[in-house]
Unconditional design. Structure first.
Length: 235
């Protein structure tokens, strides 16, 4: 790993996001200038196929769990930044919230750290704003039931959303500095367009006048916002 590059620790490196974030960090700029970043990947199993793919890209693979805090501290040593995408399904909601707080605390104690990036999801069971207030600049009406009716009602609870959203509430209360101290960024994502590949989640609509592929998913009378992890369309 080049000593003149800024090291970014990616937590969740072999997941859907990590496998797209890491090549983007390593890619040269449009004018061909080499990337200023090097990547250190935290993974539970450095021998799995995806970890080996990352190692082939020149990534430093660091074995450990995101809720093993001494390991996280060791992985953060010397890092400039961290992309933190924790997995609710591995540890559960409560452990993920606690882990997010501890990872942030360790980041603040790491003298080289300048940027903490949190991969967030909306705190769905909390939000109770109307769709027009929640998306004031969106001309197309987006009708998300959990955003309209949340108000902490348990029927709208989704642990993987709420765990990240609860930590994000903590994060918003923390100082954020530019320059010689730690700043933080929270990036909220949603359903991936790539998930159209999974037939158990969406089904292709058939019809005489459909000129493009259309997919449906039963979410009451609602639609959901989607994002693409890459520019490659689903096959």
């Amino acid at each position: 790993m080049s000593l003149d590059k800024k090291i970014i620790l990616v937590i969740g490196a072999t997941g859907a996001q990590g496998m797209k974030v890491i090549p983007a960090l390593l890619a040269p700029s449009e004018n061909g200038t080499p990337s200023p970043y090097a990547v250190r990947a935290l993974t539970r199993d450095r021998n799995n196929k995806r970890a080996q793919e990352l190692e082939a890209l020149g990534v430093e693979v660091f074995q450990g769990r995101f809720d093993d805090f001494p390991t996280v501290a060791a992985a953060l040593e010397g890092c400039y930044g961290a992309w933190v995408n924790t997995d609710t399904y591995t540890v559960g909601e409560e452990r993920e919230i606690y882990a997010g707080i501890k990872i942030y605390e360790i980041s603040r104690r790491t003298s080289t750290m300048r940027h903490f990036m949190w991969s967030n999801l909306d705190y769905g069971s909390k939000v109770s704003q109307s769709r027009d207030n929640f998306f004031p600049k969106v001309s197309m009406k987006v009708d998300l039931v959990s955003l309209q009716l949340g108000n902490y009602n348990p029927i709208y609870k989704a642990e993987h959303h709420d765990a990240k959203g609860i930590f994000n509430e903590f994060l918003k209360g923390q100082p954020s500095f530019l320059g010689d101290s730690l700043t933080w960024t929270s990036i909220s994502s949603g359903v991936y367009f790539e998930m159209l590949n999974y037939v158990f989640l969406f089904k292709k609509k058939q019809g005489r006048n459909i000129s493009k592929n259309a997919y449906s998913r039963s979410v009451a009378h609602s639609t959901s916002v989607r994002m693409a992890l890459s520019f490659s369309p689903p096959r």
